[in-house]
Design a binder for this molecule. Sequence first.
Ligand code: GLN
Length: 556
Amino acid sequence: MTTDLLLLICIPDSSITLFMEKKVKYIFVTGGVSSSLGKGIISASLAKLLQGRGFNVTIQKLDPYINIDPGTLNPYEHGECYVTDDGAETDLDLGHYERFSSTPTSQANNITTGRIYQNVIDKERKGEYLGTTVQVIPHITDEIKRSIKILGETGNYDFVITEIGGTVGDIESFPFVETVRQMKWEHGDDCTVVHLTLVPFLKAAGELKTKPTQHSVKTMLEQGVQPDIIVCRTEYPLNEGIRGKIAQFCNVSVNAVIESIDADTIYDVPLLMREEQLDIEILRNTKTETIHDLDLTNWERFVNRLKNPKEEVKIGLIGKYVELQDAYKSIKESFIHGGVENECKVNVIDIQSENITSENVNKALEGLDGILVAPGFGGRGIEGKIEAVRFARENNIPFLGICLGMQCAAIEFSRNILGLKDAHTTEIEVDTKNPVIDLMEEQKDVENMGGTMRLGAYNCKLDKSSKSYQAYQTETTSERHRHRFEFNNKYKDSFIEAGMKIAGVNPEKDLVEIIELENHPWFVGVQFHPEYKSNVKTPHPLFVAFVGSVIKNKKK
Ligand code: GLN
């Protein structure tokens, strides 16, 4: 389908040419009964199906909390913070959107209540509502609508999928659900609502229960929204009786009751949704003509390789948030992509960096085929991370250090090879005599915490003799960042002399982006976050090369 905003329609019998605005279709995904049902994965899977039919799709997340963005949130609160090319600090669901759809997102794809209110209050101060009382309806809901339509009006998309965070019935999500009601009222068939609910299995009764779904649809109806499609998260298949009951009580056709059964891997979900014909139901509801038959060949190939690995390796993930499932989401998914490319199953072993000491490191990291030291902020667990780097360096174990992980590699090298025993980052040891990692110049006057780091895409020029260049096969690359501290160029020469290659540099600011050990099977530290750019279609070159080196090294 053409992506032009205007479609030229020529009527053969007359010379009249009409310009018709191309209609963007809006799909809303809401959640009921419980949080964590996987709205993000359902949204991303739906996008994949529509892409597989030739449509251009983007996915947006509306989050009901008051923070302007999740950048200042602790991972304990909200899991990983995902960073886009334009430097937006966003919800981790955007990671799923990009990994599934291979379409970059931006700040416009993640809006919080905080941002909505901030925009409205800014306008109020500028006098844009002069004379009127500023209210939730219409001003807040208008601002929400504007944030949704911004994507539709780019002319780039046939479908805008908007996932509403939280659960319907929450006080916080009311303005969003009200906005959905207004959008449906204004846009009619160009708007459709998918409601994801839970159909629990009651062991004592031995059956699946539809009542929570009925109640959650009733809650939506009280807010004026009739869902068009009900996606039912379930541990067991839905039989005809259950489907019929949900259809009848929730005012939808039986075809619009979609089973979303627990899957072995999230990458199965698009295929499961295809079987349930979720895409066909969407096209029917939005009166959209299909462009071509659904083609998921590449996706199927990926899933097939994922399920039939030829190799298996163990890579330790050293971090301070390892007990949290979502804290290192993108890294774990990148290992899946990089693994599939190598036809290898990567078993990621979570290791709490706080527990690693120089005494127990050999035992703690025993048997690992590769080591990744994770990004992070603050001092907790950093000495354990530095020990893990030393272990990888001394034992020739393939190593990838990301952001703080790269900074730890620089500190370790300074302390143990250059003999600068007090080397540290000024993030943790402000007065260290050897600040091998130091605050970036432009960060020195920064006072606000939110959105002020070095964020988003910056160029990196690669040294042609480096392992990174071998991985990327290109001289310049662009990667996403999220940091305030950087490698201190004063130490560059001593690093190079002692065998640490400066493999990548940002040409505009001369910031070190990649360091690599010369005499080591594969030891790479990157200041940026490759994990934010890995997706099913294009697994990240560094993860592919890292897993490749782990396999090779293991065979030695
Ligand atoms: N805390 C470090 C810095 O700000 C590293 C950040 C990170 O790992 N994302 O530079």
